[in-house]
Design a protein around this ligand. Structure first.
Ligand SMILES: Nc1ncnc2c1ncn2[C@@H]1O[C@H](COP(=O)(O)OP(=O)(O)OP(=O)(O)O)[C@@H](O)[C@H]1O
Ligand SMILES: [Mg+2]
Length: 399
């Protein structure tokens, strides 16, 4: 009988070659050399919570470097790096106080394709634009988040650069510092992943009777390792795999907040209910085993809401009734801009010009700012520090 088995390998190879081609294209010097986004002075002032005048004054008196020279009568705007410097000089950093606990957010749902990696990467870049120090940890061997950061997990990342050497049965690393990679964003770091991270799951299955104690050791290790790293960040975002395995469990335990993305569809709703009930059972078992889990917040977010689809509105209503205030009121809208950006291995926050129409782009970004701002507010809720400089301070200072 004819068998098509050999075809599988060929398909994989052809696919890999295509991914590499896409990645190279995304990284052609003219299409992506580091980070291109720029912010006009009005936008910068709005982000800092001050007046444009305050920025201009600081540029005039030398506290800030002179504004970027204009080209063809238009100023190119400030880079993320310049924006961060501006925050430092003008005392408008949103960073937590040393005693405030950094947020370690698991973006989790056992259902696949609900938008975990999309939410993780956009949340990371949203926080970065707002001036926070961010660490993203790709805990999924599918490595979508790693790809969205512009790495090819197959070619650019080795197992030794992932969580593996730290979580392996025979660990070769005692802390997680080795795994932290710089990204094009000055204030976002990444621990990448690749397919070989899945070995962590195999090892446990092979460990037989010792499985329980190995599992417990890994839980403690991931939590300890991430808590250590988190000292240098305001927000740590974890993208776990869409399944109940060692790594997912360790992530749940290492996090101090849980964000559950889901689309407004019946299958996503049903799977998410199952996920929540499974989480409930697992968390009880962990607590009974003396492994402590605590979340500052647990929220669900609708991750690809299509306002023109009546079925989405209906399912959303069902979700509101079931989850009440745990469902964040502002959903992330489904947008071609997001999927097009993903094709270029980018988030909306990395685009220096719209892919679709200017209107689509603007609407998409405004929606993301609002939706992800809800998560920022939850993170800040537990920080006991003063808000970034307000207009009032500026007036008083100038007086
Ligand atoms: N708001 C959105 N608008 C348009 N497309 C979206 C949106 N959110 C997610 N997508 C698309 O949906 C697909 C699945 O998203 P994503 O990879 O983030 O899900 P995931 O939960 O991480 O999947 P997995 O379970 O495989 O890890 C991707 O193609 C992504 O580009
Ligand atoms: Mg994913």
């Amino acid at each position: 009988m004819h068998s098509d088995i050999e075809r599988i390998g060929e398909l994989a190879d052809a696919g890999e070659r295509m991914i590499e081609r896409l990645r190279r294209k995304a990284f052609l010097p003219e299409s992506r050399k580091g980070l291109h986004v720029r912010f006009g002075i009005a936008e910068a002032a709005q982000l800092l919570g001050c007046s444009t005048n305050r920025i201009r004054m600081a540029e005039d008196d030398g506290r800030l470097p002179p504004p970027p020279p204009s080209e063809n009568g238009r100023r190119p705007g400030y880079t993320v790096e310049e924006l961060l410097n501006m925050r430092r000089v003008l005392g408008a950093s949103p960073a937590r106080a040393p005693l405030d606990v950094p947020a370690i957010i698991a973006v989790q749902n056992f259902k696949g394709g609900v938008g975990k990696s999309t939410v993780t990467t956009h949340l990371a870049h949203y926080f970065a634009v707002q001036g926070y120090r961010v660490l993203v940890v790709d805990c999924d061997s599918q490595a979508t988040t790693t790809t969205l950061f512009g790495f090819n997990p197959h070619f650019n990342i080795t197992r030794e650069e992932t969580l593996y050497p730290y979580l392996s049965i025979d660990p070769t690393q005692a802390d997680l510092l080795y795994a932290v990679k710089k990204t094009p964003w000055p204030n976002v770091d990444l621990i990448p992943s690749n397919l070989e991270l899945f070995d962590v799951e195999y090892e446990l299955a092979a460990a037989g009777a010792d499985g329980g104690s190995i599992l417990a050791t890994r839980f403690r290790k991931l939590k300890a390792g991430l808590s250590d790293l988190a000292r240098d960040y305001d927000v740590v975002i974890l993208d776990p795999p869409p399944a109940l395995g060692t790594i997912s469990l360790a992530v749940m335990q290492a996090a101090n907040a849980l964000l559950v993305p889901l689309a407004a569809t019946t299958p996503d709703f049903c799977s998410t209910v199952q996920f929540l009930s499974m989480m409930d059972q697992v968390l009880h078992q962990l607590t009974e085993a003396g492994i402590e889990v605590q979340y500052d917040f647990v929220r669900l977010i609708c991750s690809k809401f299509d306002g023109n689809d009546p079925s989405h509105a209906m399912v959303r209503q069902i979700m509101e009734q079931a989850f009440g205030p745990a469902l964040l009121p502002v959903p992330i809208l489904e947008s071609a801009e997001i999927s097009h950006a993903a094709m270029r291995m980018m988030t909306i926050y990395e685009l220096d010009r719209p892919i679709g129409t200017a209107r689509t782009h603007k609407r998409c970004k405004a929606n993301l700012d609002e939706a992800l701002g809800q998560v920022e507010a939850l993170v800040r809720r537990n920080w006991g520090r003063v808000a970034p400089a307000s207009e009032e301070d500026v007036v008083n200072e100038a007086a």
